[in-house]
Design a protein around this ligand. Sequence first.
Ligand SMILES: CCCCCCCCCC/C=C\CCCCCCCC(=O)SCCNC(=O)CCNC(=O)[C@H](O)C(C)(C)COP(=O)(O)OP(=O)(O)OC[C@H]1O[C@@H](n2cnc3c(N)ncnc32)[C@H](O)[C@@H]1OP(=O)(O)O
Ligand code: FAD
Length: 670
Amino acid sequence: MTSKNKINEDLANERRKCNFNIEEVTYILDGGKEKTLQRKKIEDVALNGGASVDDIPEEYLSARERYENAIRKSCIYTNIVKNEVLEITGIENYGSPVLRRTGDAFFKDISPFMLHLGMFVPSIIGQCTAEQQATWLPRALDMKIIGAYAQTELGHGTFIRGLETTATYDPETEEFVLHSPTITSYKWWAGGLGRTANHCTVVAQLYTQGKCHGTHLFIVQIRDLETHMPLPGVKVGEIGPRMGFNTADNGFLGFNNYRIPRMNMMMKNAQVLKDGTYVKAARHGKLTYGTMVFVRVTLVGEASFNLAKAVTIAVRYSAVRRQSELRPGSIEPQILDYPTQQHKLFICIATAHAFQLTASWLWNTFTAVQAEMKKGNVDTLPELHALSSCLKALSTSDATAYIEQCRFACGGHGYMLSSNLPFLYAFVVATRTYEGDYTVLLLQTARFLVKAWEQAESGKVVTPTVAYLNRHFTTNGKMIWDNSPEGIIRVFQSVAAGKISLCVRSIRNRITSGMDHEDAWLMTTVQLVNAAEAHCRSVILHTYWNEIVRLTKHSSDNVKTVLNQLVMLYLTYWALERTGDLLRYSTISENDIDLLQRQYEELLVKIRPNAVGLVDAFDIRDEILQSTLGSYDGRVYERLMEEVQKNPLNKEPVDPSFHKYLKPLMKSKI
Ligand SMILES: CCCCCCCCCC/C=C\CCCCCCCC(=O)SCCNC(=O)CCNC(=O)[C@H](O)C(C)(C)COP(=O)(O)OP(=O)(O)OC[C@H]1O[C@@H](n2cnc3c(N)ncnc32)[C@H](O)[C@@H]1OP(=O)(O)O
Ligand SMILES: Cc1cc2nc3c(=O)[nH]c(=O)nc-3n(C[C@H](O)[C@H](O)[C@H](O)COP(=O)(O)OP(=O)(O)OC[C@H]3O[C@@H](n4cnc5c(N)ncnc54)[C@H](O)[C@@H]3O)c2cc1C
């Protein structure tokens, strides 16, 4: 072993201390041994060329250079995927999370192709007829056309019904005329739209035979395929520097009476016939929102993966970093030995597990609902919408907060871009806003909860994720506190039921005192967001616990123990975070809370020796972590020094600005 890849001694010691089989945990998180092996195979093929390495780290480049470099690497990666990876995995894996994650080895920020694969292709699959798919999909998958998803406008993101872009059908020419009637109707934000895409999905108000039929989706070519010039009638560009996503060329787009063929309307859920007759598939009014539901579902896994990266970096760094003295003259402890540091980090490990298992469960729910919808049954869509909305909201919001916590846990070095923690934060904080803002999505879940509450009140059996509401109407008084996992989950469900019940009471009281329903709802929205959050929290706790019990049935004893400790840490942490609610809705006493606190502190001690093993089990390759602080070998200080050598500012001993500005200033008289 050369000194370059010698493992830091503290980290090596941590690995010697680890008492469980790391691979077993990796298999559980990946969804089975076969999936892990497949992932590793893909990573080997995609990453072994070392194409990801930038001579100059991308943060030193200008906006132009960064974009060009991101395109260069996207093309390299796409060719590897097309020519080598898909040979092994098959074309159906094109948009798989594994490929998305492996792509992170190429970009610290983001690929300009992300929205092509993340939303343009899914919108073709989900919103086009079979005939349209045959036209568009092969070309999109082969990157013969590159697309974006242009829904949001300068004036509206949340309120889709308020979008202003129009698509007016002209039966004479059998075309739609796209138009942007105002400044606020300009499309704004779409990733990949500014410089990269030559096509995009456009969401516009459909007019035919003099009537508006609401928003529909259209495939629109915006640039010439040979010259890449914007087509006449199309105005397109980049919206400017952002907190993150700076290599995603988020764009603006306006139309001046721009014509597209009739068949460019995505016609799976509604059609405009040649003569202009509008025909709607009489199933569900919101099927055109399907691409968003799909992406919300995938974002729960994204939250988990990015948090797993952050906590891998922070735990490894905390094992290497030594600071302060516990007693005068004693050896400086690893900062991971401080209970406060464990408190910051172990919840992040547990949360990444909770979200990963919830993401898999949600994906299975999503595919089951899709299968039902194929048969014409849309009954399960409202529950999926409610679930995907709140899980997207909470997972992205918690992941954002915990990634920041990981950065804090790395002190000053966490503030360095080379730690990758600022990039991770900037990437994940956007997920709290895009694809539906946090508050807005929780209010969607609240609509579903209030309806479910009313059904339960009238004695109907409600769907599984809100089954606790039926129990609410059959039990009297506060839920009995019980410090078992099932007991804690039941109490969290009671908290949710209690909060929903208060919302319903509040809405009804306001209506009784003369408000109309809209105002009564509006005045209750602070409580409604809170109730939806409580519901979602109970869903995550329940799913995490159930999945751990199910998935560790055949695990070795030590794996069972450590995963059990983590899930208990998660349940205890949230019980302590919510003592106010627990006091209000359960019989928990002050003594019980003291007990919970002790239990929590004991869990930190138990998990401590396995902490590095637990982050190793995420099995995230160094190329993907891209962090000076988090590499497997723990060569933190060496890497920070190596990074300094790449800094263009250090290329010359004296900066030209000295002679230009500093020296004259120093010589000038007062
Ligand atoms: C080189 C290689 C790289 C490798 C890359 C690989 C890539 C792989 C994957 C990558 C994964 C992720 C990347 C993604 C990046 C994404 C970037 C961001 C993209 C965007 O942001 S796109 C724009 C998204 N916009 C939004 O989300 C807008 C949010 N607003 C809404 O959703 C809605 O407007 C609303 C807030 C829900 C309100 O809608 P509306 O006013 O029409 O509806 P009402 O409130 O009146 O409700 C009516 C009724 O309808 C129900 N409902 C609403 N929405 C839905 C739905 N989606 N499904 C089902 N039902 C719905 C609602 O509940 C009401 O029901 P009720 O009347 O109560 O019964
Ligand atoms: C990095 C990034 C990438 C993006 N990529 C794309 C893309 O590829 N394609 C695309 O089409 N769009 C994209 N978007 C846009 C994104 O989907 C929207 O920004 C998002 O849906 C929020 O809408 P908004 O910006 O209009 O916020 P607003 O709706 O204006 O929200 C502002 C505030 O108002 C509150 N608010 C709004 N409505 C309500 C309500 N009814 N009740 C209570 N509170 C409310 C919100 O909670 C928030 O606090 C992207 C955005 C970002 C940041």
